[in-house]
Design a binder for this molecule. Sequence first.
Ligand SMILES: Cc1cc2nc3c(=O)[nH]c(=O)nc-3n(C[C@H](O)[C@H](O)[C@H](O)COP(=O)(O)OP(=O)(O)OC[C@H]3O[C@@H](n4cnc5c(N)ncnc54)[C@H](O)[C@@H]3O)c2cc1C
Length: 409
Amino acid sequence: VSREIAVVGGGPAGLMAAEMLSATAHRVTVYERMPSPARKLLMAGRGGLNLTHSEPIERFVARYGRDDAARRHMAAAIEAFSPAALIAWAEALGQPTFKGSSGRIFPKAMKASPLLRAWLRRLDRQGVRLLTRHEWTGWVEDGALTFRREDGSAVGVRPDATLLALGGASWPRLGGSGAWLPLLAARGVATRPFEPSNAGVEIGWSARFAERFAGTPLKRIALTCGGVRAVGEAMVTRRGLEGNAVYALSEPIRRSLADDGKAELTLDLRPDLGHEALTERLSRPRDKQSLSTFLRKAAGLPPVAIAVLREGSTAPLPSDAAALAARIKALPLAVRGLAGIERAISSVGGVALEAVDERFMLRALPSVFVAGEMLDWDAPTGGYLLQATLATAVAAARGIEAWLGERGA
Ligand SMILES: Cc1cc2nc3c(=O)[nH]c(=O)nc-3n(C[C@H](O)[C@H](O)[C@H](O)COP(=O)(O)OP(=O)(O)OC[C@H]3O[C@@H](n4cnc5c(N)ncnc54)[C@H](O)[C@@H]3O)c2cc1C
């Protein structure tokens, strides 16, 4: 039986659910507040569009926070729409993929626009209506969803089922601001405040350092916080650091800031060299070389790494080789805070996972389902965000299908 389904939010979660539900002959309308859909997906495409990751599924699902119950909920959705299923889906949209050296999966096109174009064509063929410039503003007394249109006028709709796929609260200028949170909380839905995740950190660089090195990458470094170590890259910004090695530590950094009001990163500028090997190199005669030249030649450190060594501490660099090696391998950096949510890759907070049942239907609001980043899960970068976004959308679409089926013709 064909039913009327409202999908609110035209990001990847909303589009995936719309694709599935329209394939089974339901009438699906996607309501999107921006003038065009999936702006965050297009932004993700600028970084090559890391779709998913090739690691074994047990390791993959262990990436998801925030607690065991949340992890189990996410694991069920991801096992039902696995990384392999996501790759097959992208390839069927004409986007062959490849595995990068780190095991991450990208479309060969290294951007989102061709995938999005093919996807929107498919949705159009399947009869999905896409209404842009329609901002969901809540429900009216009689239960109808209300939308504000561009001219300020309001329109109400009463679908058989609703999927909310409004996204998280990072990068609000791309569409998702999290402004819906109080609307759901007022209806008895368990919600948590938004916080940045996969965000840069703020470090009190000297003006001189920030001026000279903002935009310079620290390549092949390792960062440690709260016992978690991440090897990768970090980019110096005016206010601190960003990049995959920093994002991977979002959770311990956030926890430490919340518990102690401060956090510390330990930076290893030569993770591929042991302390002894580095000490040996630094024991070579320095002759008349300046310390910078010596560090560049003997320890292979680029200018940004040498400057950061001097930033990390007010004490002069030790002259003893072993002490210098120790500084290079474990430089403490005091973190002042996480960079703002408006520049974070993702956010945590939103609809608590315990607020939805195993079909992703809100326990407090039957007929209303939720998917994507508006749910309170957390994961590092590496393809885990889009995988979870799409997998929860598939689970919610199947949930809608089953729920409508149970309610009969
Ligand atoms: C810079 C950047 C790079 C990224 N790179 C990657 C990557 O490489 N790999 C990866 O896995 N993930 C990446 N991500 C994360 C990924 O883009 C998100 O996880 C994903 O877009 C979440 O999808 P979503 O559909 O849940 O939400 P969104 O993509 O945020 O979509 C939600 C939609 O709902 C609309 N909306 C919000 N409120 C309303 C309302 N009231 N009424 C109507 N419409 C509304 C919004 O306008 C938006 O279009 C990146 C994110 C950023 C910011």
